[in-house]
Design a protein around this ligand. Structure first.
Ligand code: AMP
Length: 288
């Protein structure tokens, strides 16, 4: 088991990170909202594979939740998170208060215009502004060389990559693969909201994506066909999809033909819980 340092202020984080940098260490940052699971830990391990100093932020960021969303009931258990992190390494845990992140008079936002518009952005119009703002603050507070994000939240990953590039931030964004349960369900802090019946229904997201990938392997390149197949799988599990679509992997614009590297994106409501998942699709993977 390793020693953990829990930091609650930006000033203290800066001081500790500066010390580590002076020792010649690379700084890796893993931003999270806590309620950690194996998916988060895979990002921490990726950080350790290239950085001697790893900062994990645990902060449920209020500005990325709309008033009707689950900010209040979002699972919070810092002690449990610390236990999990201890098993990976001597992480610097940054767990600030709201007053530390958004002190009285705070008035700056960061907005990635085009990539934030569709998909999650259409249903959650202020979400990515909250994400981009808090992530900019975390990148600069930790002065990180690298920051690790999960492909599980594909649109978020693209928004953050674009933001770091557009603002010339020193932090390089690393994309890490989605960690799944053995049956295919993408790990998520929100999975704990699911009843056992809903969990079974939730499997339809990864099943729909696997079927789309299989169709591509067999030569299907018409995105409307892929989308219809995904929607069928979701509907037959009794799951109401917000979207099940194929988009350009870079721009996230909808595609009609699989002529470029693509991503299949799904968001669906299972009971009261909203789940998202995605899979990269590539016509070149086709099996003839
Ligand atoms: P969250 O705590 O949900 O805000 O997620 C923090 C980071 O963990 C984000 O970069 C997520 O994309 C990533 N993440 C969440 N679930 C997974 C997963 N199943 N596999 C890989 N990364 C994940």
């Amino acid at each position: 088991m390793s020693a953990l340092t829990v930091i609650t202020t930006v000033a203290e984080l800066r001081r500790l990170v500066d010390e580590r940098r002076k020792r010649g260490e690379m700084i890796g940052l893993v931003p999270t909202m806590g309620a950690l699971h194996e998916g988060h830990l895979s990002l921490v391990r990726a950080a350790y594979s290239e950085c001697a100093c790893v900062v994990v932020s645990v902060y449920v960021n209020p500005t990325q939740f709309a008033p009707h969303e689950d900010f209040q009931r979002y699972p919070r258990n810092l002690d449990h998170d610390l236990q999990l992190l201890k098993s990976v390494g001597d992480v610097l845990v940054f767990a600030p208060t709201d007053a530390e992140m958004y002190p009285a008079g705070f008035q700056t936002t960061v907005e990635v215009t085009k990539l934030s518009l569709g998909w999650e952005g259409e249903l959650r119009p202020t979400h990515f502004r909250g994400v981009a703002t808090v992530v900019t603050k975390l990148f600069t507070a930790a002065d990180a060389d690298f920051a690790y994000f999960g492909q599980k939240d594909y649109q978020q990953l693209r928004v953050v990559e674009q933001m770091a590039r557009d603002l010339n931030l020193r932090t390089v964004v690393r994309a890490c693969p989605t960690t799944r349960e053995p049956d295919g369900l993408a790990m998520s802090s929100r999975n704990r909201y699911l009843t056992s019946e809903e969990r079974q229904q939730g499997l339809s997201l990864s099943r729909a994506l696997a079927i789309a990938a299989e169709m591509v392997k067999r030569g299907e390149s018409n995105c409307a066909e892929l989308e219809a197949a995904m929607r069928d799988v979701l509907a037959s599990a009794g799951v109401k999809s917000d979207y099940a679509a194929v988009a350009d992997r870079e721009t996230l614009q909808p595609l009609t033909q699989l002529t470029r590297p693509a991503v299949a994106l799904i968001a669906a409501k299972v009971g009261k819980t909203r789940l998202i998942d995605n899979m990269l699709l590539d016509a070149k993977q086709r099996v003839i």
